[in-house]
Design a protein around this ligand. Sequence first.
Ligand code: ATP
Length: 374
Amino acid sequence: RGRARVDTEAGDLKLVNVTKRFGDFAAVKDLTLTIPQGSFFALLGASGCGKTTTLRMVSGLEEPTAGRVLLGDHDVTRLRPYKRPVNTVFQNYALFPHLTIAENIAFGLKRRGVKDIKKPVQDMLDLIELSHIGARKPNQLSGGQQQRVALGRALINRPQVLLLDEPLGALDLKLRRQMQIELKRIQTEVGLTFVHVTHDQEEAMTMADTIAVMNMGRIEQLGSPTDLYENPKTTFVANFLGQSNLLPGKVAGPVGEHLQVVLEDGTRVLIPAARNRAGGEEVIVGVRPEKVSIHSSAEDVPDGHNVLAGGVVTDTSFVGVSTQYVVKGPYCDEFGVFVQNDGALIHRPGSEVVVSWDPSQGFGLDGKQDIDAG
Ligand code: ATP
């Protein structure tokens, strides 16, 4: 029984029109995706959107109902899991409790009959920065250290693709943040393709070169963290990655390099004219809370800003690095406009305020979408 993996050229990981049905239910719908070799790629989405199913089709634990999985030029769609040059690190990393850290890491090499394991094991211990405690047993390690051992155990097999399924889910927030940086460092050092599944947008943004935001078995949007944050294409993405103010309106027409939009209360604002939109077309004006400024009077508004006047501060919170305000006015729904500014709390609840932003800092979304999606 050959345990040898197929000899694929390292290359891009591709999913081509991949669908996975469980009975009548389609967990993944006609997904087409290229994950460049050597990249840190995140599949981001809420519980049940199909992330894990997608990952399992890459590792071979699930077979697609339709479509193909390619590694480089090699079609691996029907290849057994152990024949694929792919390894997975799970959240419950299940180390062998009776083996030392070094033995846990050596396990995959021994199983494959590799003779000279001392150097590769030592190199791996160095990479995960646990050389000093290689002789310990797993129960003598912290959660973060155990997770690093699991990573080392997967990496020592030299997979071409490493899959990470919510690998940091069991760790507390502080440790998770440390491990995010650690994982990114290790990925950069080994240069392998990492595909990371998470529902945590901050985690995806910290580590990934490219993020695919998944929703109900499909990709909503794919891009770099900056691109997704600054140019979301749907309300789902605008709400799922960070917070957004979304104000519905209708296109009035072009003004210079911007488009003028009339909000529901008649206020006119500008959005970047990223694409052609006809006059009268429904559009949603979006702006991130930290791009919005708040002023006591309209006279303080910088030239060229969009201005929303006649608002009242209804809620404030000071969170150290910033102050957050909720401002309600005729231009927004009952949830108000969120503002996040550096520094001290200046405007108290009940204060009348004007909010404004540089039009180039906002974005426009197609109308006729659920504003609360995500
Ligand atoms: P989570 O973060 O909760 O793991 P996910 O985005 O990874 O969510 P999947 O585990 O891929 O989601 O599941 C997607 C959908 O497919 C879910 O609605 C799930 O109930 C369903 N599903 C997954 N595996 C099976 C199965 N073996 N049989 C039936 N339905 C399944």
